[in-house]
Design a protein around this ligand. Sequence first.
Ligand code: FAD
Length: 736
Amino acid sequence: MSDETAGNPANMPAGPSVLHPKPSSKSDGVKTKPGSKRRPVDPLKPKQPLSAYVFYSKDAFKQLKGKGTDHQSRVKFLSDGWAALPKEERQKYEEMAEVESERYKREMAAYRQKHLQKTKEPRLSGKTQEAQVPAAEKKIIKSVPMATSRDESGELWSFPAFSAEFLENNRKLEEQHRVLKEKIVLVKEESGQLEAEVRRLNGAVSLLDGETKEREALTAACEAYSKAIKNLIVSEFSSLVIPASGGLPAIQPKADNVMVYCKRLREAFKNGVCPPNFHSYRELFRQTNWEIFFPGVVGRRMVRQFSSASNHYDVVICGGGMVGLAAALAFARDPTTRAQRVVVIEQGKPPKTDPVPNEAPYGLRSVALNPSTVRFLERNGAWEHVHRWGTIRSLQVWESVIADSRITFESDEIARVVENDELIRVMKIALKDGDVEFRYGANLKAVELPRDSSSVAKLTLEGDEITASLVVGADGAKSLVRKAMPNSARSLTWEYDQQAVVANVNFSLDCVENEIGWQRFLKTGPIAYLPLTTSMSNLIWSTTRNHAKDLMKLSDEDFLLAVNDAFVSANDDAMSPLVDSVMKFARQVSVTNPPSVAQLPPRAVSVSKRASFPIAAAHAVNYVAPRGVLIGDAAHRVHPMAGMGVNLGFGDVDCLHRVVGDALGLGGDIGTTASLYPYESERQRKNLTKMLGIDALYRLYRAQFLPIALARGIGLTLTDSLVPVKSWIMDQASRY
Ligand SMILES: Cc1cc2nc3c(=O)[nH]c(=O)nc-3n(C[C@H](O)[C@H](O)[C@H](O)COP(=O)(O)OP(=O)(O)OC[C@H]3O[C@@H](n4cnc5c(N)ncnc54)[C@H](O)[C@@H]3O)c2cc1C
């Protein structure tokens, strides 16, 4: 049976009804032939009137009695006889029929009045129900077989005779309807989602389309420009023989050779290996539009075509702190990016560039720079100007709960400690006049980044407005650029309830070598010395906010007492026999490489003025947006205990100028997210790994629960004896 016919009672197999048994003709007087499809006859209904022919047939039939005629001959005899009947005789039968008809009319009128009204009632209500039934289902209801039944008062009622099959099929039908309705709801939901997805994709496609068109136009323009310049160069070179120099062979002035030579020259220039007579060639290239070999220049020119206004910059660096200046330096020094028009916006005063006299007091803020950062500064011509710094060749890290747990790192050079101001000073010196523009005392009021890279970014300064192809947010922890990014809310922050108290302390005697970085983890947070001179170190004491407040209020004498005590005091908790035996065991298993001998820092005898800074860890979920990118503390902040904060910022800069250079090399737009994503991907991978490691270390050391403290103590003792593990840790700490 098909689905369509399943619910139709007319198609159902006959069978006994359980709920409504078929009424038997004997029990309630309803006359129906078994299996008859005719509606049952009401016995109270008046008999149909007999016709004149029937009355005649009754009389005529008597003449045939006992003659044994068949049905057909009998019918013929009657009809022939009726046809031949004389008029007067026929009249008699017609009068009988008339009386009969009168009787029927009379009885029917009485019957209708008495019975039909009652039997109609259920039908009327049935009609009312029918009116509410949807048209499609009417057919089914109409074809339901009807049954009648008499009530206690003898009244007759009609009702649909539902069979068990009918009800079962109806239930199935309802179930099918329900499933269908659910499916419709699902399909509607899905199609809604699908439509939303299609709308989103259409939006993305149109954006992409815009970017592609822009890129295509730019590439086509670049290609045309390249061709024109190539022709120009070739014609210029045609009368010139370039001699061998700096490992590069002499070349014939053929077009291809010229291009090969220029390519090599560019590579050599990028890698910092200048041929001896490079400068004379550079002049030559200048005259012949040599920019073609440095696509950054071409890219910049193209972007200028789109926005040649004097207030437009290729790159606006917001923030002239350590990381912002490092970015300016990298852009200015890299041959692929140096032709970009760059400006640095800094609300503070311009840094002094005169050398600092030896006797000048040291700044309160210093940073430990790892080897990668030092190399960056050397490569970019800044380190040569650093006037004074300290070197860390050994690191002693221990804690106040488990006395014997200590780890020592030794290396030729673990880090260099430089005052923040000195670092800014030398980078400013390394930036030559005209390399980049500086706007000091300029307060950035608002940053407007476009929804996509089809337009430029707008920056509002006090009394001025500028536009940019790329805004670099180097404006620190409270970055305005980060707030302007479409997903600015998506930034993770860890509050440590910590404050750093910083100062410079002098030691009792001139240490022959003050080259140790000391760090002790106290219950309230780490306290550390970073060496600056043979007799002076920078103190960074990270502690709870309340304790920091108290420390700031102390007199110099009391502060010194507190500092010395924090470094050399006995353990916070007396060693229990259990701790003692566990630590002995740890020392035994690390016997192949005995752990370092415990040392203590020299005693501090005088202290400079103090300053206090809040500590938090934060990380922006996105570093890039159309025409915007975050670097340094604007993108991430870490606890100062690992001395990594600014180093990660230098790592950002190193990666960003490379990525921007690559985009320019391909003739691309430096402000699109497509160009900037490689930066986000590389830096988030590196920064997050280091940040989470530092955070885990901080939490591990804050834990005072004995088992954790013990595990930490054993871990440190064992790690201290494992040279490869220590080398690996040092390697990680030396990179940004
Ligand atoms: C106590 C302490 C010790 C630390 N020790 C170390 C360490 O040993 N090693 C290490 O690697 N890191 C260390 N750090 C972290 C390091 O100091 C920071 O990571 C670093 O200063 C971040 O530099 P930045 O240029 O990104 O941001 P910032 O130094 O905050 O510079 C942001 C600049 O943007 C400017 N600016 C902000 N808003 C505006 C505006 N609206 N308009 C114009 N200009 C604006 C500011 O004036 C500022 O010059 C330490 C941090 C602390 C607190």
